[in-house]
Ligand binder design. Structure first.
Ligand SMILES: Nc1ncnc2c1ncn2[C@@H]1O[C@H](COP(=O)(O)OP(=O)(O)OP(=O)(O)O)[C@@H](O)[C@H]1O
Ligand SMILES: [Mg+2]
Length: 487
């Protein structure tokens, strides 16, 4: 066991951002490097097990000390104060950029997407994915089957794609308000399209006329034809129920961006950029989900997605500054794109750290176990604090397990027909059964016994740590039992 997790930096003579530089000490002989941090970290532990104040605090202050820039998402109200303290402790308070309704920092995400360099053919698809990413975190995945979900998301994407294309083909700007107006003024049936009044009043129809009057490149002209056909034929022909589901999925999300905090912070001017983290700035979005609910979630998932793509696009040199993505209570922010991001995180020098109580927390957001498993498979360092959740404990015990053991047993039963010799002698027959079972090296219940910090534990928090493909020096095993100090 080890008490002080900060390695001595004096001995490091390489570049401060070298992949091999050790930044956390898990034992006298086991170090965690900058390169390890890019492979992603998942911290599990029950409420009050010491995730935030133990391993979380150690890793967060280590990143700050090492000069990482980063994005911090917030679920609890005290997250901001926690990071203000971390920054004060590590002397980087002036790198902390708090984004809150009072701070005056604003970011127009649609302008940013429309005007960033390299944008072009991919714009519509990227925006479609951005909106579905936000909408998916707010959806309850429990009640829907896989097929209906696929159909639903395909139809919703089609709606978004045609809304964005109609606007970009008929005018030079894009806003959530205009998207909202297109969708809510679209024809509900074929009678609408025949109606002179509808034609005069519909914003959607007005945009079709304007798009028609414009000259486009050959390929954009094709896009326009498809879009016009969608609005004048496919959309009014959709089953009433399907249409109302996709329209309300969009409008209930978009509604939040048309008023209050989200409009003011994300649909007006831009005076800070995700790229700032590449220079060492720590952007903290102070819209904690516990206080702002869905609005906090929409804003943070939106900014996270845009930030992840910015980081993926950045030009990396050998020792580019590392960046991190931090989400305590990560079940509120986890989304499909995280997996894509994680697959290239090492080359974009980005360290994701997600903290949550247990594995079932992710099931609610991601919808099924396969997606959760594959997501977790991509976060290589897994830290397990004290936990009473059976699913998480068993899952952890399984990844620590030494090997599969074949157990054999012999069953005997009265012989009826066959096994002539054996039955002649004994009057019974026998069969050999074999079954495979995992030999645990750490039993699931061991996770219930770890220290959770506090004064009665001398401010020590215990954790088992696993890192994909690593055998730890001090334990000779694929896991290590270590301690973090809360001071
Ligand atoms: N500096 C400190 N001194 C003493 N006790 C502390 C300190 N920091 C945290 N604790 C206590 O240690 C325990 C672990 O707290 P911590 O907030 O780290 O848990 P957590 O795993 O993040 O929980 P949650 O899931 O609720 O966020 C709690 O009982 C907390 O009150
Ligand atoms: Mg916590």
């Amino acid at each position: 066991m080890f008490w002080n997790n900060q390695p001595s930096h004096q001995n490091w003579s390489g570049h401060p951002f070298d992949l091999n530089r050790p930044i956390v000490k898990f034992s006298d002989r086991d170090f965690w490097t900058i390169g390890d941090s890019f492979e992603g970290t998942q911290i599990f532990g029950a409420t009050g097990s010491g995730k935030t104040s133990g391993s979380g605090q150690t890793i967060a202050t280590t990143f700050l000390q090492a000069g990482y820039g980063g994005l911090v998402l917030t679920a609890k109200k005290d997250e901001r104060a926690t990071w203000e303290r971390y920054c004060a402790m590590t002397g980087c308070s002036d790198h902390l950029l708090i984004i809150s309704p009072q701070s005056g920092f604003t970011f127009n995400f649609l302008d940013y997407e429309l005007n960033r360099p390299g944008v072009g053919a991919g714009l519509t698809e990227n925006l479609v994915n951005l909106f579905t990413e936000i909408m998916e975190v707010a959806e309850d995945k429990g009640g829907r089957g896989a097929n209906s979900e696929e159909y639903w998301s395909r139809t919703l994407k089609q709606l978004l794609r045609n809304t964005i294309d109609l606007l970009t083909l008929s005018q030079n700007t894009l806003s959530v308000m205009d998207m909202y107006k297109v969708i809510t003024s679209a024809p509900m049936d074929f009678e609408d399209i025949q109606s002179e009044t509808w034609r005069d009043e519909s914003f959607c129809f007005q945009k079709i006329r304007e798009g028609e009057a414009r000259t486009h490149s050959y390929s954009r002209e094709q896009d326009f034809e498809i879009t016009a056909r969608y609005w004048l034929s496919e959309f009014p022909g959709l089953a009433e129920k399907t249409r109302s589901i996709i329209v309300s999925s969009f409008t209930s999300m978009a509604d939040s961006f048309l008023r209050g905090v989200l409009r003011d912070m994300f649909c007006t001017e831009t005076n800070f950029l995700p790229e700032m983290t590449e220079e060492g700035v720590i952007i903290l979005i102070d819209l904690p989900v516990k206080e702002y609910g869905d609005i906090g979630r929409y804003a943070q998932v939106l900014f996270k997605y845009i930030w992840q793509q910015t980081i993926e696009r950045r030009i990396i040199t050998q020792n580019s500054r590392p960046v991190f993505l931090w989400a305590d209570e990560s079940q509120f922010f986890i989304s499909k794109y995280d997996q894509v991001f994680q697959t290239t995180a090492r080359s974009s020098r980005a360290a994701t750290v997600y903290l949550t109580q247990n594995l079932p927390n992710y099931l609610t957001t991601l919808g099924n176990r396969d997606i959760v498993d594959s997501f977790l498979g991509n976060l290589q360092t897994k830290i397990f604090h004290s936990n009473g959740d059976a699913v998480t404990n068993e899952w952890a015990a399984n990844i620590f397990a030494k090997n599969w053991q074949t157990r054999t047993s012999q069953n005997q039963s009265i012989n009826r027909d066959g096994d002539w010799f054996f039955s002649k002698v004994t009057g019974k027959s026998s069969s050999i059964n074999s079954s495979e079972s995992l030999e645990y090296t750490v039993l699931p219940y061991e996770f219930t016994k770890l220290r959770k910090g506090g004064h009665h534990n001398n401010l020590k928090v215990d954790a088992y740590i696993f890192q994909g493909g690593r055998i730890w020096q001090s334990s000779g095993a694929n896991y290590i039992l270590t301690s973090f100090s809360q001071t």
